[in-house]
Ligand binder design. Sequence first.
Ligand SMILES: Cc1cc2nc3c(=O)[nH]c(=O)nc-3n(C[C@H](O)[C@H](O)[C@H](O)COP(=O)(O)OP(=O)(O)OC[C@H]3O[C@@H](n4cnc5c(N)ncnc54)[C@H](O)[C@@H]3O)c2cc1C
Length: 393
Amino acid sequence: MDLSLSPEHEAFRARVRAWLKANVPKREVGEPSREHGDPARVRWLKDWQRTLYEAGYVAMGWPAEHGGRGLGIMEQTIVNQELVAARAPQQIGMMGVQMVGPTLIQFGSDEQRRRYLPRMLTAEEIWCQGYSEPGAGSDLASLKTRAELVGDEFIVNGQKVWTSNAQIADWMFCLVRTDPSAPKHRGISYLLIDMRTPGITVRPLVQMTGDAGFNEVFFEDVRVPRRNLVGELNQGWQVANATLAHERNMLGSTTRTQQMFNGLLRIAQTHQRYGRPAAEDPVVRQKLAALMIRVEAMKYHSLRQLTDALKGRKPGIGASVNKLVSTELNHDIAALAIELLGNYGPLARSASRVADRGIWPYEFMFTLGLIIGGGTSQIQKNIISERGLGMPR
Ligand SMILES: Cc1cc2nc3c(=O)[nH]c(=O)nc-3n(C[C@H](O)[C@H](O)[C@H](O)COP(=O)(O)OP(=O)(O)OC[C@H]3O[C@@H](n4cnc5c(N)ncnc54)[C@H](O)[C@@H]3O)c2cc1C
């Protein structure tokens, strides 16, 4: 494994860093989350993604013919690292660019690619993921939402749940059962559904962070044109799994974990415990060392994955390891930060004596959600043990 960057990549990093320094909107820096559905905030985040796209920093790895930069994995990795380091606002169209976009490049028709990809890149259209249902989360193939093909239209009936961003989304990539008599993995299709179609109802669910980031979505005789089917009828499971692999990759960021750990170190150095800085307390030092070992292991795992990708080797179970390790580690880092902040640690961002702007209790609760979303830790462990270690089911 070669840990050094070529002079060209170093120069590229310097250019990205300088551009971000000049262009990252200042008011977002360091803020915890705000109202998810606030139209002004949505507009502001869309504008940010468009600016980023026009500067050439969205979808670096997409082929140029589909609106990407046609650059390599290294450039994408450098941009991702620099975005986190510059504390740039999130990309509101992430599910489009990182999940459904690559899936359409692989499985979509030319017409679908032409219609959807350009508006994903600029966040002109926001996407949400309609996979989970009551009774079909980890066991996704148990989904019951039905779509019946009548002439040139599917008629969709059923319910989705935990649909992040459905309240602001223009489109949903959705799994539906099109053949109820087939074995459960074989009767599923992958549809693109316009969220403004009559018969769709979106009901927000409030998370313990206080944000309403996800929703219930109900379908009542929703008509979807047949041309919105991705891949073959009843063969949606394969398409769905391609999207899931992209999701796992999206969820683990070493740079973000390193930044959280740096924040924790700052607290340990500046907050007192028994009359001296917490970082001098032997018990705290043990806990910090244990977390630091996990951060370093995660960094080397990511570098190994990067090496595999550069050498054209398939990712295998690496994405599952990343998802499992990073989400649990972020949660544990936030837990120790709250402990070190003492009595003020658990206060929410709205409280008057809030410590560190309430970032840590927010992260603690938010990362708990990420341990579940995108496939729970238990499910990732199953995948790693069965597919990676060859253990019996
Ligand atoms: C913040 C957040 C955002 C989300 N966003 C979306 C979204 O945008 N779109 C979407 O479609 N879904 C979304 N989800 C849903 C998410 O994908 C599901 O919550 C997840 O797949 C788990 O399913 P479940 O909640 O039905 O739990 P269940 O599948 O009912 O699992 C309950 C518990 O049992 C365990 N378990 C289940 N089966 C096994 C097994 N075989 N072996 C070992 N343990 C098992 C699980 O690990 C878990 O601990 C989101 C969830 C969260 C928390």
